[in-house]
Write a protein that binds this ligand. Structure first.
Ligand SMILES: C[S@@+](CC[C@H](N)C(=O)[O-])C[C@H]1O[C@@H](n2cnc3c(N)ncnc32)[C@H](O)[C@@H]1O
Length: 176
């Protein structure tokens, strides 16, 4: 899996939340920044039709890997929503959320100076792609500074303390 983000604590945490949160199986989903596809695999395991899932990532190597592994799903190379069309009932994102520092400049985990740059772009763009009752499940951390939740309604679904940070999963939905 060279060049593909290996599932880590953040991945497993979000995956556990997905298993608990998903009540309806007939939903159209985007797995943003899919990496290894762990979140999509979780959805498939709980009974969501792979054809209803779109996996997307900015990294070409990830896309090639996903095309082999998820042959029934849609796989799209995209910088956030740049190549995405349509409306979705669920948008999942385990983003790069850590602030840049000299130890962390990796594209998989570094979300810019404050850690929130990619998340904030994602939140601006995602609005248009959510169906009327659509939800976003977004992971962030206490190290992610200045996340701008805009006009989304939000609920903190779960938290998890790790050695050097605390992870958060938020559920977000539109008010208008
Ligand atoms: C922390 S990893 C998460 C991977 C996987 N979803 C998981 O839960 O393990 C973040 C992923 O987002 C992708 N990514 C980074 N910037 C992106 C962007 N602007 N648009 C789409 N994907 C992006 C990275 O290539 C990486 O695969």
């Amino acid at each position: 899996m060279y060049g593909v983000y290996e599932p880590a604590e953040d991945s497993y945490f979000l995956s556990e939340i997905l298993k608990k949160q998903i009540k309806t199986k007939d939903i159209k989903v985007i797995d943003m920044g899919s990496g290894s596809g762990i979140q999509s695999q979780t959805l498939i395991n709980i009974g969501i039709d792979p054809k209803q899932i779109t996996l997307t990532d900015i990294n070409e190597k990830v896309i090639n890997y996903l095309k082999q592994k998820f042959s029934k799903s849609k796989i799209i190379k995209s910088n956030l929503f740049s190549n995405i069309k349509g409306k979705y009932d669920l948008i999942i994102f385990n983003p790069p959320y850590l602030p840049d520092n000299k130890h962390n400049k990796q594209k998989d985990t570094s979300g810019g100076k404050k850690g929130s740059e990619i998340i904030n772009k994602f939140l601006i763009q995602a609005h248009k792609y959510l169906s009327k009752n659509g939800k976003i499940l977004l992971l962030a951390s206490n190290l992610t500074k200045e996340v701008n939740f805009l006009s989304y309604k939000k609920r903190l679904v779960a938290t998890k303390k790790l050695f050097f940070e605390e992870l958060y999963v938020y559920e977000l939905w539109k008010t208008k």
